[in-house]
Design a protein around this ligand. Sequence first.
Ligand SMILES: Cc1cc2nc3c(=O)[nH]c(=O)nc-3n(C[C@H](O)[C@H](O)[C@H](O)COP(=O)(O)O)c2cc1C
Length: 458
Amino acid sequence: MVRRQLPDVHELAQLMRFKRPELNAKKRRLDAALTIYDLRRIAQRRTPKAAFDYTDGSAESEISLARARQAFEDVEFHPDILHPAENLDTSCQILGGTSALPFGIAPTGFTRLMQTEGEIAGASAAAAAGIPFTLSTLGTTSIEDVKAANPHGRNWFQLYVMRDREISYGLARRAAAAGFDTLMFTVDTPIAGARLRDKRNGFSIPPQLTLRTIVNAIPRPWWWIDFLTTPPLEFASLSSTGGTVGDLLDAAMDPTISYDDLKTIRELWPGKIVIKGVQNVEDSKRLIDLGVDGIVLSNHGGRQLDRAPVPFWLLPEVVREVGKDATVMIDTGIMNGADIVASVALGAKFTLVGRAYLYGLMAGGRQGVDKTIDILATQLRRTMRLLGVGSLEELKPSHVTQLTRLVPLSRAAKEAAEAAPTRRGATRSRAQAPSASKASAEDAGNPRRSTTSRSARA
Ligand SMILES: Cc1cc2nc3c(=O)[nH]c(=O)nc-3n(C[C@H](O)[C@H](O)[C@H](O)COP(=O)(O)O)c2cc1C
């Protein structure tokens, strides 16, 4: 029998301590966000559809991005138990300097279109967090203004080599003069990928007012007020044509860029040079052999070639082939600090975040970017602690298994053939396999474990 008593008024009073309501709406909004996906939802509510879709979308059927995110979600972590890590050090050395966290802000074009604070919010948030900020060639804030927003921190400049070489090289010279320490040469954009959402939305630079945009603007008045009451978007390198971003890129980009351009860039850039958009082992080896300071395995957040290789899948093999001392960095699909931990464990020296930063920006300007960095850093620290590691150097491939859903047909067929003891058995195993990936996984004795399993690599 449960004994009952009259409620004690003092006990009741203690339970009734109400939190003071947060009157600042932006802070209230951002405080409620626990994940990058939460920031994405806020961003979507606050940003006109065309600008949100330009950011959120990728190319063609958007398969590259979905696969890249899925690859991170399919990570299995292996903690080391009874391995106390009292102090946690998340800092790293990257490209001749320090970063307080193993990620930086990726270059993004047209950033002030997403939210008016744009690159200034990104650069100043990066400065406060002690991480690098990368300004895009297609940025909407000048090189000098970004430097002023992050005067003592690390600024990197992303270079597109355009048809008009002098515009590109002139920007690089200006970035060097302003003290940017790294040049990131993007090589995956000979032409624009097919961003179908932009076409469907009739998205143009600068934005055009149509009946549809006006209806869409009604619940998002602040974006339009910001847009109309702040200085117009200025592009350092492009003249706005009223076309889509794809039209602009196609007019500006040179599909004939080659290794010769890399030679020229080396002559004009005094700092570190990184190649962004590397997507296979051979190119990685060639670039490292040529002496570049680093490579970024990236498919441009899925915005260029759809069904491109997943950078996270490439990572272990590239690190094995170029050597663990080479600076291999990675982006595309990072939505959680644990994705960064998994990348570092598999040999990445650094990572970049694109949309995670932009969702924060659209959700709340500078404070929203702070929130993005805070969410990723909190997830990263928690994952490291739960894994039993105290520093990034302690992260090892044995902490991570990459589980697979999709397996190349040739490998699956080979494994199925090897596993079949007799001709009859082989026939049966093929007949039972509804798909190549299922056949391979079942033959491996585990429904989802990849061939690069913990035991194979440990
Ligand atoms: C809206 C947007 C604009 C981008 N603009 C550029 C750019 O100007 N130059 C560049 O090298 N990469 C650009 N990227 C690619 C990012 O630098 C980065 O590779 C990508 O966002 C990483 O994937 P994630 O968004 O999943 O983090 C852009 C990405 C987005 C989402």
